[in-house]
Design a protein around this ligand. Structure first.
Ligand code: G3I
Length: 512
C-alpha cells in the first residue's frame, strides 16, 4: 500500500507553460450523408422548430451531413393539438416544407405516445380518448402523409420488464389498440414504413426480449408492422454490452423487419474527468453503434437525436450554461458543438462509415511525452529536470532528473486536460536510473476530483542501474466531477540517484 505522499507545493514546471487544452477536433469532416449512402444507410437528425429555421448555418450543416430529418416535437399529438379542438401544424408544415425544398426525407415521430396526449384530453374517458387519437392519426396522415416516408406509429409502449405497458392509450396493456393504429396507418398510407419505436433496447435484456415477443405477436396477428426504432439514448457511464445491439439487429432481420437507430445521443455530462476523455468515450460509443448498424442488413437508417449541443433536449431540461462541464447533466450529447464544430463523435461516425477505427484510439495524447519537441506538461516535486540527448530512450531527447533530495521525487507529467471516464487508458513511461544497485521504480497516478485526492499505483519494478525499464498499465478511470489534478509520476530510487525518463504515453484504449 503506497503511503500518500505530501508533494511540496513548489514544483519546477519544465517547459515553462502549463499544457494548453487539447486542440478541438478538426473542422474538415467529410460529408457524412455521402459516406452513409455508400453503405446504403439513411442518415438522419432530429431538428427542432423554430430553432433550425432561424439558424442558416445549422441548416447548411444538416443539408451537408444528413439526408433525412425527424421533427423532434412538431409532429407529436401534444404539439399539434395543444389547444382544445384545434390542430396547429404550422411547425410541422415548416419543417416538412424545408425538408422537401432541400430534398431531405422526413420521418414522422410519433403518432401514438402516452407522454404526448394533449393536456385538455387527459380527462376524457378511454373511449373518447381512443376516438380522438384515431381522428388525430387520420387527420395527420391526410395532411402530411404524402411527405413522410416512415412513421413511428407507436412510441415507448414497453415496460422495462418487456411487458406491454398499461397506459391511457393502451388500457390494460391490451395490444388490440396497438394493432389498430398500425392497421389504420397502413390503410391510409400503404407505402410508408410503419415502425414501433422504443428506448432501453441497446443493452438487450428483458426489454429487448419483450420487444421481440411483441413484434412476433403482431406479425402472427397479421399486423402491418415494418420495423423497429431502437432509440439508443446512451451514457458513457453505462456502455451497453458490445454484443447486445448486433444480436437485436440480427433478430429483427430474421423476422423480415427493418431496424432504425432512431434517436442516438450519448450523454457525457454526469461522467467525471476532462472533456476530451469523455468526448472520446462518447465518440467510441457512436462508432460502435454505427458499426453495428452498418454490419446488419436489417439496419437501414441511423438518426442522431439533435444536431448540436446548443439545442439539445438534455440541455433544455436543466438550468445553467449549456456545455459539457463534468458532473453537469446538461448537453454535450450529440455530434456538433454549440458553435456547430464537429466533435470527436462526428469524426468517429465518419470513421465507422468508412470502415475505419476512430483516429484517437490508442494514440498518445501527450504532445511532449517523447520530449522530442519540448517538455511542456512536465514538472517535478523537487530536484532539477533537464531535457537532454543523453537521456533519450527513443528519438533524440529524453528528460534527465537529478539533484533529487528524496525517494519520492521524480518526473511528473500532467494528464488533467485529457483523462476522462468512459474508456480505459494505457499509461506508461520508459525509465532509467544511475544508482549503484538495482532500485525500486514505481509509476503512480495522482488524482484529485470531487471525491478528493487519491494515489493510484499503476506499475512497479526493481530496475538494474543504467538499464531502460518500461513501466505501464491499463487503467479504468473512476472519476467524480471535474479534475483538479491528474498527474502521472515516478518515484522510488534513493535521494541522490538520478533518473532518465522518456516516451511517456497516455492513450485511450478502444476495445475490439
Ligand atoms: O415549446 C415549448 C415552450 O414554448 C415552453 O415555454 C416550454 C416550457 O413548457 O415547453 C416547450 O415545449 C417543450 C418541447 O420539448 C420543446 O422544448 C415541451 O414542454 C417538452 O415536453 C418537450 O420535450 C420533448 C420530449 O421528447 C417530450 O415530447 C423533447 O424536446 C424531445 O427531445 C423528447 O424526445 C423524446 C422522443 O420524442 C422519444 N424518445 C425519447 C426522447 C427524449 O426524451
Amino acid at each position: 500500500m503506497l503511503l500518500p505522499r505530501v508533494f511540496p507545493l513548489v514544483g519546477a514546471a519544465l517547459g515553462g507553460v502549463a499544457l494548453a487544452a487539447p486542440a478541438p477536433a478538426s473542422d474538415d469532416l467529410p460529408a457524412l450523408r455521402t459516406l452513409a449512402a455508400a453503405r446504403g444507410l439513411q442518415l438522419g437528425v432530429a431538428v427542432s422548430h423554430p430553432s433550425l429555421l432561424r439558424r442558416p448555418q445549422a441548416q447548411e450543416l444538416v443539408r451537408r451531413h444528413f439526408d433525412a430529418i425527424t421533427p423532434e416535437n412538431a409532429l407529436k399529438w401534444g404539439s399539434i393539438a395543444h389547444q382544445p379542438h384545434r390542430r396547429d401544424t404550422a411547425a410541422a408544415d415548416a419543417l416538412v416544407g424545408w425538408a422537401r425544398e432541400h430534398g431531405l426525407a422526413v420521418k414522422g415521430h410519433a403518432l401514438a405516445w402516452d407522454q404526448e396526449i394533449p393536456g385538455w384530453l387527459l380527462a376524457a374517458e378511454d373511449t373518447a380518448l381512443a376516438e380522438a387519437l384515431d381522428a388525430h392519426i387520420a387527420q395527420t396522415l391526410d395532411a402530411l402523409g404524402a411527405e413522410v416516408a416512415a412513421w413511428d406509429v407507436a412510441n415507448e409502449v414497453l415496460e422495462d420488464d418487456g411487458g406491454l405497458g398499461a397506459s391511457r392509450l393502451l388500457p390494460g396493456g391490451d395490444p388490440d389498440r396497438l394493432d389498430a393504429w398500425f392497421r389504420a396507418v397502413d390503410q391510409r398510407q400503404p407505402d410508408a414504413l410503419l415502425l414501433l419505436n422504443d428506448y432501453g433496447l441497446s443493452a438487450g435484456g428483458p426489454k429487448a426480449a419483450g420487444l421481440l415477443r411483441l413484434v412476433d405477436g403482431m406479425q402472427a396477428r397479421g399486423v402491418p408492422i415494418d420495423g423497429v426504432g431502437i432509440q439508443s439514448h446512451l451514457d458513457i457511464r453505462h456502455p451497453p454490452p458490445p454484443g447486445a445491439l448486433p444480436a437485436l439487429l440480427s433478430a429483427l432481420g430474421a423476422r423480415g423487419l427493418v431496424a432504425h437507430i432512431s434517436e442516438l445521443d450519448v450523454r457525457i455530462g454526469e461522467a467525471g474527468g476532462a472533456r476530451w476523455g469523455r468526448e472520446a468515450a462518447q465518440a467510441w460509443l457512436v462508432h460502435r453503434v454505427a458499426t453495428a448498424c452498418i454490419a446488419a442488413p436489417a439496419c437501414t437508417a441511423l438518426t442522431v437525436w439533435g444536431l448540436d449541443d446548443g439545442d439539445h433536449w438534455t440541455a433544455r431540461a436543466a438550468p445553467g450554461p449549456v456545455g459539457v462541464a463534468a458532473g453537469s447533466p446538461r448537453g454535450g450529447a450529440v455530434l456538433f458543438e454549440a458553435a456547430l464544430r464537429p466533435k470527436l463523435a462526428a469524426h468517429a461516425l465518419a470513421a465507422a462509415l468508412a470502415g475505419q477505427r476512430p483516429a484517437f484510439c490508442d494514440q498518445n495524447v501527450l504532445e511532449h511525452g517523447d520530449l522530442e519537441d519540448g517538455a511542456g506538461g512536465w514538472s517535478t516535486g523537487g530536484g532539477r529536470l533537464q531535457r537532454s540527448e543523453a537521456a533519450r530512450h527513443g528519438g533524440t531527447h529524453g528528460l534527465h532528473h537529478d539533484q533529487r533530495s528524496a525517494d519520492w521525487q521524480g518526473p511528473v507529467i500532467d494528464l488533467a486536460p485529457w483523462l476522462g471516464a468512459g474508456l480505459d487508458w494505457d499509461l506508461g513511461m520508459q525509465l532509467r536510473h544511475d544508482g549503484p544497485a538495482p532500485a525500486p521504480l514505481r509509476l503512480t497516478l495522482r488524482i484529485e476530483d470531487d471525491a478528493g485526492e487519491r494515489f493510484v499505483p499503476l506499475a512497479a519494478a526493481t530496475a538494474p542501474p543504467g538499464r531502460w525499464t518500461a513501466l505501464s498499465a491499463r487503467w479504468t478511470p473512476e472519476l467524480d466531477g471535474p479534475l483538479q489534478r491528474a498527474e502521472l509520476y515516478v518515484e522510488g530510487p534513493a535521494a541522490g540517484v538520478a533518473l532518465d525518463v522518456d516516451d511517456a504515453r497516455a492513450a485511450v484504449h478502444c476495445p475490439d
